[in-house]
Design a protein around this ligand. Sequence first.
Ligand SMILES: NC(=O)N[C@@H](CC(=O)O)C(=O)O
Length: 440
Amino acid sequence: MSTDYLILGARLLGEEPADLVLRDGVIASLGADTAHPRDGVELVTVDADGLLALPGLVDLHTHLREPGREDTETVLTGSRAAAAGGFTAVHAMANTTPVADTAGVVEQVHRLGIDAGYVDVRPVGAVSVGLEGTRLAELGAMASSAAGVRVFSDDGHCVDDPVLMRRALEYVKSFDGVIAQHAQEPRLTVGAQMHEGVVSAELGLAGWPAVAEESIIARDVLLAEHVGSRLHVCHLSTAGSVDIVRWAKARGIDVTAEVTPHHLLLTDEQARSYDPRYKVNPPLRTAEDVEAVRAGLADGTIDVVATDHAPHADEDKDCEWPAGAFGMTGLETALPVIQATMVETGRLTWADVARVLSTTPARIGRVSGQGRPVAVGEPANLTLIDPAARRRVEPAAQVTRSRNTPFAGTELPGRVVATFLRGRATVYDGAPVAHEEVNA
Ligand SMILES: NC(=O)N[C@@H](CC(=O)O)C(=O)O
């Protein structure tokens, strides 16, 4: 039996509270209650008093680990964690085993996403075969496959060869694709463990200098200008990177950039704990960098927030810092961290949050039916959040299969109460809906 939802009194962006009816996958009405039961259709009423309705969030940068590391996350567990965080679409990064560098692998991930049913899973295709940075992967075949790939990235590795980067930028133009670069000059970061600065010197850990990121971004915006293509900068993390992207945009270069929630909140001071939960690529930077990325997100230089959700096994985090894996989970804490760092500081409105976490990432990834306003006739992809709630992050209570959140024990604002994908609840009463119901 199918279900219609009548959502009573939700706050909409910049408008008075209203009632919403979700029916046949779309927002059927908005305003006063106009729902009437239909034969053979269950009508569920949701009391949304005090809740805010946001368009379903879209993540440009998620590691789902399937195929290859299903012990840390699968397409099913990761997309369920995404729904719990308010997402209705995620881009699954290509650094799986095997690498997503063929039409076969991206089609497999796409199919697993449909079978999971919690969010639209958009596979990212690798730029180079095996992420090795030497030969272009079959970008055209991935673009024209059933997965319809539009975002290509060697994330985890930098496309450091300028000739390969140029070719990739040129090639994806024919199908409106984008190259999402992990900006890390490899020779400047050999053995790097954390941000290069005062703290790394004091701790005796090899440093990852800001210039290793900035020099690649500077080169790439010039390459993108030269070939007239679209470039996206993954997880930008330094003040200098913000300046370069600002300069490139002023020059008219077609570049977009993302920042992660952790780079908006945490600094390299966290490494003093020697706890590898704070070990991430790019590394946590200085307080000045945090201020610069917040300012860059507020003034539109940085276009989107992306989670870089990077689940890892306990044994790769419960160890000495140098042996620890790079990466942190983020799907379930992204919205709370943005509320804390950007909304409660007065730097972004909720309408801005909808832009940086839904509308713009959907546009960059060319994800149809996502990132649309909460309006009549639009696909019913939305999330209801309680901004007044406050919760302490408990790794064991999270939906993701991995425990490597850097926010364990931290109190953060906001709570996702319900998420809807094309009018079907994927999260209800604050908990994911059972898999059998979601993909029934
Ligand atoms: N962001 C991370 O620290 N880790 C990523 C890949 C990467 O970008 O190194 C991962 O896949 O674990």
